[in-house]
Design a protein around this ligand. Structure first.
Ligand SMILES: NC(=O)c1ccc[n+]([C@@H]2O[C@H](COP(=O)([O-])OP(=O)(O)OC[C@H]3O[C@@H](n4cnc5c(N)ncnc54)[C@H](OP(=O)(O)O)[C@@H]3O)[C@@H](O)[C@H]2O)c1
Length: 330
């Protein structure tokens, strides 16, 4: 099958190439998916670069253990392995894999997949899993924003990117008042998807204008944690999903360590957040999408052969939502 293969670490143009790879087999509890589309996440750039280096303990020391990268997947179930109860051949599914999605076929444990939103085609559905579940869990679970707690004041820092565009919509769908921090280029976008107000990150300091938020969902990590602590209400919570800028070796870990330290003692809560793969949350997202409350924002589409270019463009910043990789040829 055609696949993006990776035999070493480096910039996407050096590390990733279109090649041939054996088609995977679905073993016990696994599903073979004919991939229609995938998308680009910062995690895919980290896998390509093998940076921060600390992650090579997980990815593989000198080369990635998984030769085919790619996390988000949307496609059709081709075959199911023994013991699969949740899916049948022909089902249209989506989900987040540990890797292998930049290919014509991918295998997934059945617990990593859900039925894709019926309102979306495959290309749009592929933009949802990692970013959408991160936004849902960050806003709902870590932030405590839920429909039964309407009116919370939520700040989304990094609102124009893949996760941020979902976070703004989910927080609004759950009844929050949303302030979106983004670049001037994305102001109209974040307002159009439901933000109540937009702050220009190059000209306005969301932590220094005297306002207090119940939840800060930080997707940029551009200010010291203590700054955000000052911008929280007494019962508020800061949720750190990232820690940029990070060094080559440890990446966001020093920043996240400072978040943990600043959480000690009384006052607003400071939390480090990591997404967990969840078929239930994929199903909840599908429902929000099918109900018309959330929709993926897609900035660009690339064919599989140009996956490296898609990763490079995404890494340049100034994003407006997600970048999708179309795998199936019409
Ligand atoms: N903890 C977890 O489990 C988890 C899961 C998924 C993602 N993440 C992390 O969350 C972050 C966002 O992911 P993503 O998929 O949304 O990435 P993305 O699509 O690349 O978007 C990043 C966003 O951050 C904004 N940004 C960059 N520097 C900023 C700054 N100084 N102030 C405010 N905004 C800034 C960008 O705005 P511009 O367009 O203006 O550059 C862009 O909107 C990444 O660091 C990713 O690694 C963590």
């Amino acid at each position: 099958m055609r696949a993006i293969v990776q035999d070493g670490y480096g910039d996407p143009e050096r590390a990733l190439r279109l090649g041939e790879h054996d088609r995977p087999e679905a073993r016990g509890g696994e599903v073979l998916v004919r991939v229609a589309a995938s998308s680009v996440n910062p995690a895919d750039r980290m896998v390509s670069a093998g940076r921060p280096y600390v992650l090579r303990a997980v990815f593989g020391l000198s080369r990635p253990r998984r030769r085919v990268p790619g996390k988000d997947v949307a496609g059709t179930v081709e075959r199911v392995g023994p013991g699969v109860t949740r899916f049948s051949p022909g089902d249209e599914v989506y989900g987040e894999l540990p890797g292998g999605a930049y290919a014509e076929y991918a295998v997934a444990g059945q617990d990593l997949l859900a039925h894709k939103p019926t309102a979306l085609g495959f290309t749009e559905a592929a933009a949802v899993p990692l970013a959408g579940v991160t936004a849902l869990q960050g806003i709902r679970d870590a932030g405590g924003v839920r429909p039964d707690r309407p009116g919370l004041r939520v700040l989304v820092n990094g609102a124009s990117g893949g996760v941020g565009t979902f976070a703004v919509q989910i927080a609004k769908a759950f009844g929050a008042h949303v302030t979106a921090v983004c670049g001037a280029h994305a102001r109209d976008l974040v307002l159009s998807i439901g933000a109540d107000e937009a702050l220009d990150r190059t000209r306005e300091d969301p932590t220094g204008d005297g306002r207090a938020y119940d939840v800060v969902f930080d997707l940029a990590g551009d200010r010291p944690p203590r700054s955000y602590r000052r911008a929280l209400s007494p019962e508020g919570v800061y949720v750190a999903a990232t820690g940029r800028p990070g060094g080559a070796v440890l990446g966001p870990l020093p920043f996240l360590g400072r978040v943990v330290l600043s959480s000690l003692g009384p006052g607003p809560r400071m939390r480090v957040f990591a997404t967990k793969q969840s078929p239930d949350d994929l199903a909840e997202l599908a429902q929000l999408i099918d109900d018309g409350k959330v929709a993926p924002v897609i900035e660009a589409e690339y064919p599989l052969a140009q996956t490296a270019e898609a990763l490079t463009t995404q890494a340049r910043g100034h994003r407006r939502g997600k970048t999708v990789v179309k795998v199936a040829t019409p």
